[in-house]
Write a protein that binds this ligand. Sequence first.
Ligand code: NAD
Length: 423
Amino acid sequence: MRISVVGGGYVGLVTGTCFAEFGHQVTIIEIDPEKIKAINEGKPPIYEDGLEDLLKKNAGHRLRAEDGYESVAGADIVFICVGTPPKPDGSANLSYIESASCSIGEKLKDIPGYCVVVVKSTVPPGTTEHVVRPVVLKMAKKTEREIGFAMNPEFLREGRAVADFMNPDRLVIGSSDPRSGKQVEEVYTSVRAPLIHTGISAAEMIKYTSNAFLATKISFSNEIGNICKNLGIDVYDVMKGVGLDPRIGPLFLNAGAGFGGSCFPKDVSALVSLAEHAGEKPVLLQSVLAINEQQPSRMITILEKRAGSLAGKRIAVLGLAFKDNTDDIRDSRAVPVIQMLLAKGARVIAYDPMAAPNMKKIFPAIEYCPTAADALRGADGCLVMTEWPEFTRLDKEFDLMAHTVIIEGRHILSRKDREGICW
Ligand SMILES: NC(=O)c1ccc[n+]([C@@H]2O[C@H](COP(=O)([O-])OP(=O)(O)OC[C@H]3O[C@@H](n4cnc5c(N)ncnc54)[C@H](O)[C@@H]3O)[C@@H](O)[C@H]2O)c1
């Protein structure tokens, strides 16, 4: 199939590259010239395990990136993968979606065949039908007999995005007519996964609900963790016992620094905003966000209790990415932690295997080290913010600290005697 993918960020680049690997002819449409150049040279502008090999293999053959929308005129299917960042009130900013829809519609004006426009970005229910569809049809001066619409939410996890895309746990295709739904299904013929067809708004809501549920599990675990801490109980023992119940499951029960990234905080906020506009008071979801906001400052409070005043102290921050295996720092819990440390006069020494260049754009003046051991040398305290596998192996490196005060935000350390480790 001939596929255009609008937006060459985390989702669009992985989607486009994997579709090319499936054998489709793919054009990624992107507005950032540096990303276009990198993609066409086979060099991913982001770090994702396995992406570089697939991009190298397909760039210039079945995959190319462009800044114009010309490819849309010859496409069987167009995927919209642009960002939907939060507005100051928490609702989703749909301006990139509108602008992409407008450009797609303009190019679909003169084509004789049938094309399906698919929203893959995470959007509030109603967006595909009430924003994308009218804009595309108006610009194209066409009817729904000539252009189909669908919503196909993406569930990939950053850091494991290529593997998740190739082997998803489910495929959800929301469409209002069987023809467009079938056309989307055909793109995925090489994928073995449970497939469900739904209405368009239900597909949009499935994505928000999935992220809200996972975020809720994390905040729930953090609340239980905070109670356990006050009662002197090990929350990780508790959650080990709780997670064995198949109705609950063991994942996302780790109390710690809270959730970050480009999805959970923004999607839960958007769902709260959506609920409020619908006249609901989403008490549970508001609490999920409130608990998450307080976790970083709890870590600082524990650090202060153990290390005393932080003014002038050398504090190592291990992990800057919002999770392991990625260089993405969007809404990383390390950001508020570093802000608080600086506000208290601490000297921040940071280390991350991948994400330091991105964090330097936010905090150019803090010190970045090439290894965890360098960051720990002479430190008065340490905060572990990301579950990087290499941190699980740290042991003797902690002996380099001036004072072994280690606050674990991710519960991954395996230091033998756990000396100095606290959550
Ligand atoms: N990152 C994830 O793990 C993930 C997972 C599932 C769903 N999503 C959703 O997918 C969407 C995209 O997320 P992302 O992380 O890939 O965002 P991103 O910011 O990494 O990528 C968006 C890209 O779109 C480009 N763009 C913006 N307007 C454009 C236009 N008019 N034409 C062409 N290109 C344009 C931007 O330059 C950018 O490269 C969001 O709605 C997000 O919530 C993200």
